[in-house]
Design a binder for this molecule. Structure first.
Ligand SMILES: *Cc1c(COP(=O)(O)O)cnc(C)c1O
Length: 380
């Protein structure tokens, strides 16, 4: 198991230090000892979100924080604008539907990004929109949305700005306070390089003003309860959290701090560039428009004449490199290379070496070494 290289847009391989942290024994989650670890973790989380506001930890995957974002701000039939250009944008809309919202879909072609003008237009058309959801990094299509520019538009409207930064926080630029994001959510198993199972959410004062006036649509994810428990002595969560996963998350966040967030983002940018150039060197085609392509995951059109199982199966079984496939209608039509978390030169060199051998073995006329040269070029 250990020898499979995960090149996925989550879950990502974690550092030995992070794994080791999970082996510490369990402490009482309502004790001062845990309170200290908990405070340290939420403070590190806020630093990485770049916000002065409190962050809250949820035991659950990233989707739990998406659900918390929606369930705490809506009254029945409230209008919410959902930008949908992929699987995760769609998920936000489905959650909002489930919660009884009157959802307005802003459809974006899969592979393209929403523009700030499109958001402005939608908000000008309907002054009753209470919130806008945007997925920063649409993992299913490998597209990055211009959240900083969208945030500038959002400043002129009362609607809350909700951002899914699950596959971007810790790998791409997300500055919650500076941009003016009201609710930002993330998950542990992507760029943060912690084990799966924890999510985090941060909420602005404007968001709290709305939350305080709404009966939450959820028991477990009621953020008022998280706020109350989190501001107690010792600070805690309303229900038993995954103590071990919080140990691991704390360690992963410390590693981010040691690396430096700016350095870490630059490392992700470098990996993204190396990956795109290597793909082009193999004459393969990127799925998204290059100018909106993601910093943390690269989506590539499946080369004509081979199946997903031939390609990714050979990569995994013969060369021990695990890539992600496409989702929904993109299944079989694209593959995705995650370069988030701890990925750097070493992993990309192995990945492209394996990809060249795989394609050659499947009968493609491959210029052996071409993609490696492109990777090397990016790291010289
Ligand atoms: C992974 C991911 C999520 C959450 O997925 P979970 O499986 O619930 O952790 C949400 N949004 C995006 C953009 C993601 O990449």
């Amino acid at each position: 198991m250990d020898d499979i290289l995960l090149m996925l847009p989550g879950p990502t391989t974690v550092a030995p230090r992070v794994l080791k942290a999970t082996s510490d024994n369990i402490v009482n989650h309502r004790s001062a000892i845990f309170g200290e670890i908990f405070t340290e973790t939420t403070e590190l989380m806020s630093e990485i979100f770049k916000t002065k506001n409190q962050s809250y930890l949820i035991t659950g995957s990233g989707t739990s924080a998406m659900e918390a974002a929606i369930a705490n701000i809506l009254n029945p039939n409230d209008k919410i604008l959902n930008v949908v250009g992929g699987k995760f944008g769609q998920r936000f809309m489905h959650i909002a539907n489930e919660m009884g919202a009157d959802t307005q879909e802003l459809t974006v072609e899969w592979g393209d990004a929403v523009s700030p003008e499109q958001i402005k237009e939608a908000l000008d058309k309907d002054e009753n929109i209470k919130a806008v959801t945007v997925v920063h990094n649409e993992t299913s299509t490998g597209v990055s949305a211009p959240i900083e520019e969208i945030a500038k538009v959002m400043k002129n409207y009362d609607a809350l700005f909700i951002v899914d930064a699950v596959s971007s926080l810790g790998g791409d630029r997300v500055e919650v306070d500076k941009f003016g994001i009201d609710i930002c959510v993330t998950g542990s198993q992507k760029c943060l390089a912690a084990p799966p199972g924890m999510a985090a959410i941060t909420l602005s004062e404007d968001a709290w003003k709305v939350i305080d006036k709404v009966d939450s649509k959820t028991y477990y994810l009621d953020m008022k309860k998280y706020k109350k428990a989190g501001s107690g002595t010792p600070p805690e969560t309303p229900y038993t959290p995954s103590v071990s996963l919080i140990y691991a998350l704390a360690e992963a966040l410390k590693i981010i701090k040691e690396e430096g967030l700016e350095n870490r983002i630059a490392r992700h940018e470098q990996a993204a560039k190396a990956t795109r150039n290597a793909i082009k060197a193999l004459n393969l085609e990127l799925f998204p428009k290059e100018e909106v392509s993601s910093t943390t995951v690269t989506a590539v059109k499946m080369p004509k004449g081979i199946t997903d199982s031939d390609f990714r199966g050979t990569m995994r079984n013969k060369y021990k490199v695990e890539l992600a496939g496409g989702q929904d209608h993109l299944k079989g039509n694209i593959f995705r290379i995650g370069h988030m978390g701890n990925i750097s030169y070493k992993q990309l060199a192995i990945t492209f070496s394996a990809m060249e051998m795989t394609l050659k073995g499947l009968g493609f006329n491959i210029d052996m070494g071409a993609s490696l040269a492109a990777v090397n070029e990016a790291y010289l």
